[in-house]
Design a protein around this ligand. Structure first.
Ligand code: G3P
Ligand code: CA
Length: 242
């Protein structure tokens, strides 16, 4: 089973921050890091899970309504005594991760464009990753099949994962021709047989416990997941399982 850090080490550090990514990148044996990209009002790509800044920062409002400098002036919520954090740009994340990626670590960029449309996001993200020379170590994913078709049109050889909750819905969207070659279902929604996904990379995701949760994730039966056909798992506490 290949283990990935979901939004970085997002149980011990604020999700999708440079601290969370630095900690993840240092974990021996980690397959890769998953992250989420949104687009600011001026077209700049930032790394944040939600379409709004409310849940994780001291601000309120939609990412699409902030310029980059406005969004970077916000403070990410941290525990008392925790180091200050800001919402990073994709470039800032690649500044940290590209050296690790050149040594084999993968980065999964989830294009968060299924709720808010961000025209041109795919081309911009690809150009940014390309400028760091790490396109081969990057996996692209989205819940939005059309976005993946655009990525595929730019990158014929890229690894592209279609996201959904149920594995059956991932397969349905993949077969619809979005250009995906792997599937990213919720790890506990393997509603297909292992035979149906045999030979396919199946990256199951888990989201349960996030920073600042005090308790660790529940016991996870990786063997059962593997038997269900999952080949990789995204989790918030990869350091505990590796
Ligand atoms: O990419 C896997 C997973 O992150 C998708 O769900 O909501 O955590 O972005 P979410
Ligand atoms: Ca995600």
């Amino acid at each position: 089973m290949r283990i990935w850090a979901h939004r970085g080490c997002s149980l011990r550090y604020p999700e999708n921050t440079l601290s969370a990514f630095r900690a993840a990148a240092e974990i021996p044996g980690l397959a890769g890091i998953e992250t989420d990209v949104q687009m600011a009002k001026d077209g700049e790509l930032i790394v944040l899970h939600d379409e709004k800044v409310d849940r994780t920062t001291n601000g309120t409002g939609w990412v699409k309504d902030f310029t980059l400098s406005e969004i970077q002036a916000l403070s990410v919520d941290v525990k008392d005594g925790g180091a200050p954090e800001h919402i990073p740009t994709l470039e800032e994340v690649l500044d940290v991760l590209a050296p690790y990626m050149k040594n084999g670590l993968k980065l999964n960029i989830e294009l968060k464009n299924s709720k808010v449309q961000y025209p041109g996001m795919e081309a911009r993200a690809i150009a940014t990753v390309g400028s760091y020379g790490v396109l081969r170590q990057t996996v692209w994913s989205s819940f939005y099949a059309k976005s993946l078709s655009i990525v595929r049109s730019f990158l014929p050889d890229a690894e592209i994962g279609i996201l959904d909750i149920k594995a059956s819905d991932c397969l349905y969207k993949m077969k619809g021709g979005c250009g995906a070659d792997v599937i990213h279902p919720y790890a506990k929604a393997m509603d297909v047989t292992a035979a149906e996904v045999s030979g396919l990379t199946v990256r199951g995701w888990l989201t349960e416990k996030l920073y600042p949760a005090e308790k660790t994730e529940e016991a996870l039966d990786l063997e059962a997941l593997e038997k269900s056909g999952v080949t990789d798992v995204f989790m918030n506490e990869p350091e505990r399982f590796l």
